[in-house]
Ligand binder design. Structure first.
Ligand SMILES: N[C@@H](CCC(=O)N[C@@H](CS)C(=O)NCC(=O)O)C(=O)O
Length: 220
């Protein structure tokens, strides 16, 4: 079994795939590229929408769309499973993973927002979704005793909230104790730690600062 993952380390969708591979201790080769820069011809052929992640598998197919890739990884590498066994439970986990994924947009926009009012608006959108997630969040992981696909979708968002907290931005999770506890747990989980090793946070902040958002204005 050999996989080639084409990704950008600062993309939350790519991080979903990396966490799933790490969680299942699956070997893969990573090819890093910035999807917003000049793209090589081979990548345009591999990725129908010009987006990362894509993953080339042993049989030659190139998979795209992060959750389709995560589900492929689950099918081929069943242990540890990242979904419940019963179909209805799996469907509900997929649904919550979808809800969690809705936070990526406002989070990204808040980091590029040029005024406090704009930041507040995106934070309010996030808080409304976080409130719903808080009500359904389990005491161990989001949906059970082990990491599931819902946690895999939540983790990239928690990573970014943590990076923001490191530069003094309001901790949006303060009002959501179960999610805050889950964030603390996931940020020390080996499969997540691996993707933010070294100077990931510093580089991430540098990239976000370059977008000119107000949240990054007063940092060194
Ligand atoms: N729905 C896609 C979203 C992937 C995505 O938006 N990736 C961004 C980077 S974070 C990208 O490649 N953007 C390049 C572009 O839109 O041209 C997935 O889940 O894989």
């Amino acid at each position: 079994m050999s996989y080639q993952v084409v990704g950008y380390p600062f993309c939350p969708f790519v991080q979903r795939v990396l966490i799933a591979l790490n969680e299942k201790a699956v070997d893969f080769e990573s090819i890093w590229l910035d999807p917003h820069a000049e793209l090589p011809e081979w990548f345009k052929e591999w990725s129908p929408l010009g987006k990362v992640p894509v993953m080339k598998v042993t049989t030659g197919e190139v998979l795209f769309e992060s959750m389709a890739i995560v589900e492929y990884i689950e099918e081929l590498h069943k242990v540890p499973s990242i979904y419940a066994k019963l179909p209805a439970k799996r469907a509900i986990q997929r649904a919550w993973a979808g809800v969690a994924g809705e936070l990526y947009g406002p989070q990204y926009m808040s980091m590029g927002a040029k005024s406090e009012a704009e930041v507040e608006q995106h934070f309010a959108t996030m808080k409304a979704t976080l409130k719903v997630l808080e009500e359904r969040c389990g005491r161990s992981y989001f949906s059970g005793e082990t990491m599931t696909a819902v946690d895999i979708v939540l983790a990239p968002m928690f990573i970014r909230f943590d990076a923001l907290a490191s530069i003094g931005v309001e901790n949006i999770l303060a009002d959501f104790p179960k999610l805050e506890a889950l964030s603390n747990k996931l940020l020390t989980h080996h499969a997540v730690l691996q993707i933010i090793a070294g100077d990931w946070t510093e580089k991430f902040i540098e990239i976000q600062k370059g977008r000119g958002g107000i949240l990054f204005q007063n940092i060194e």
